[in-house]
Design a protein around this ligand. Structure first.
Ligand code: HEM
Length: 413
């Protein structure tokens, strides 16, 4: 669709509260719970001991012996989110415990039934999503301390040690850096309706700042996540059963559906942050990429998905700038685009380091007879060219970056 044509000039103010988005935490779940009522102890015992159980090949046995628990005694949103997180981690461990050559293709009833019930209530799919492993999987070490990485820990762990922890927590920091930009969306949409250019200016300034902060946080991946561990271990446990050549038949959720189902794996492509900025700035992606990004919205909490829709139907800052030929606003808008292009460029560098280069290294190691790189020996081959969300990686990322560049407003007046 042409950027300016066919857009609705929305008239409603976008309130963050309405979409369960916090002014302090953005899409991150504020102060998540780390324990469930006592009757769910069997889930918690397994989830709290996951790495050990997976590494000792005992998780499937534990889950097969687990009793079927009713979900009726989970109360409140935070308990449900913690239950989804715990059951998601257990599911990923169960499916991938033995690597990609001995995949569990049936999820037993005692896990599948409560997992699908909780998922249905939350409007999330029954697979590990970004909203679980990043937005809900965090706690402070010192409750009175700050939200800095050194004072944070994850609630549930998967194999991969400090790199897995670093991967989730650095991504959490990127989400937190986006909060200022998300607030700016709400402020700017209201300001456009009031023709308050000073407030729009401040909001665009805040948004560019926020995107630059996200980039600074993303740069911490290098220090906290080892590429071999990411490629050899973490990716496996985030992998899904849609668009995954190792998993052509899908996963059977016993006691829930008669036929196997396909769901994409956990990926930060399921984050609502960048999609919010894209919608607000009216960035239009190529059809195939837009389809992928749209599909990722089904892996977001429904209220966050609805927020994206509200931004699309809200007033267009780009249209406002073009109609009013406001030079200062144009510069600030272009600054947001430039910051987003920089962020997407850096993200491509990260993906090159963690996937492309490491995939080549893994291929070489697998060909050697006496390789000492054990992690890479075990790396899943099926996803070598794909992201955990199942996408064809570089084409997608470069084209999404190029579509971002395209909306820069030229000096046409
Ligand atoms: C080691 C770190 C990371 C790696 C290896 C990585 C890898 C990928 C891959 C392979 C994709 C393609 C989609 C898929 O199939 O999953 C993707 C997309 C995406 N990733 Fe990451 N990612 C990393 C960190 C992050 C972080 C911290 C964020 C920020 C929240 C992020 C945000 C996104 C977004 C928004 C997309 C969709 C494409 C776009 O809008 O530009 N990624 N990532």
């Amino acid at each position: 669709m042409n950027t300016e044509e066919g857009e609705t000039r929305g008239t409603s103010y976008i309130s963050l509260d309405e979409f369960n988005i916090s002014k302090e935490w953005g899409f991150v779940l504020p102060n998540p719970l780390s324990d469930l009522p006592k009757m769910y102890q069997p889930w918690m015992d397994i989830a709290n001991n996951l790495t050990h159980l997976i590494e000792h090949h005992q998780l499937r046995c534990e889950v097969n012996n687990m009793q079927l628990l009713s979900t009726d005694f989970l109360s409140g949103y935070k308990q449900l989110r913690l239950a989804h997180l715990a059951l998601s981690f257990i599911t990923m461990g169960y499916v991938w415990q033995e690597g990609e050559h001995n995949i569990a293709k049936v999820l037993p009833k005692s896990l599948a039934v409560p997992y699908c019930e909780v998922s249905k209530i939350l409007g999330l799919p029954p697979i590990l999503v970004h909203a679980d492993c990043v937005l809900t999987n965090w706690k402070k070490k010192d409750a009175n301390g700050t939200m800095e990485l050194r004072n944070l820990d994850i609630i549930f762990k998967l194999p991969g040690g400090n790199s897995t922890k670093g991967f989730f927590l650095v991504t959490l920091e990127v989400e937190l850096a986006a909060v200022q930009g998300i607030k700016a969306i709400s402020i700017a949409t209201e300001a456009i309706l009031r023709h308050d250019d000073d407030s729009i200016k401040n909001a665009l300034h805040d948004m560019a700042e926020s995107i630059r902060k996200m980039n600074q946080s993303l740069k911490k991946m290098d220090e906290h996540v080892d590429p071999d561990t990411f490629y050899g271990i973490i990716r496996l446990f985030l992998s899904g059963w849609k668009d995954n050549p190792a998993f052509p038949e899908g996963l059977l959720y016993e006691g829930v559906w008669d036929k196997p189902r396909f769901f994409s794996g956990g990926s930060a492509a399921q984050s609502s942050t960048l999609q919010s900025f894209d919608e607000f700035l009216r960035i239009r992606h190529e059809e195939k990429n837009a389809e992928f990004l749209y599909r990722m919205r089904d892996y977001m909490p429904p209220s966050h998905k609805a927020f994206l829709q509200a931004i699309t139907s809200g007033p267009s800052v780009r249209e406002h700038i073009m109609l009013n030929r406001n030079l200062a606003l144009r510069e600030l808008y272009n600054d947001c685009i430039a910051a987003l292009v920089d962020l997407r460029n850096y993200h491509i560098t990260v993906v090159t380091r963690y996937i492309t280069i490491t995939a080549a290294k893994a291929k070489a190691e697998k060909a050697k007879q006496n390789s000492s790189a054990l992690l890479l020996q075990k790396a899943p081959a099926a996803l070598a060219e794909r992201g955990t969300g199942g996408s064809g990686i570089m084409c997608l990322l470069k084209s999404v970056r190029d579509a971002t560049k395209k909306v820069m407003i030229d000096n046409i007046w």
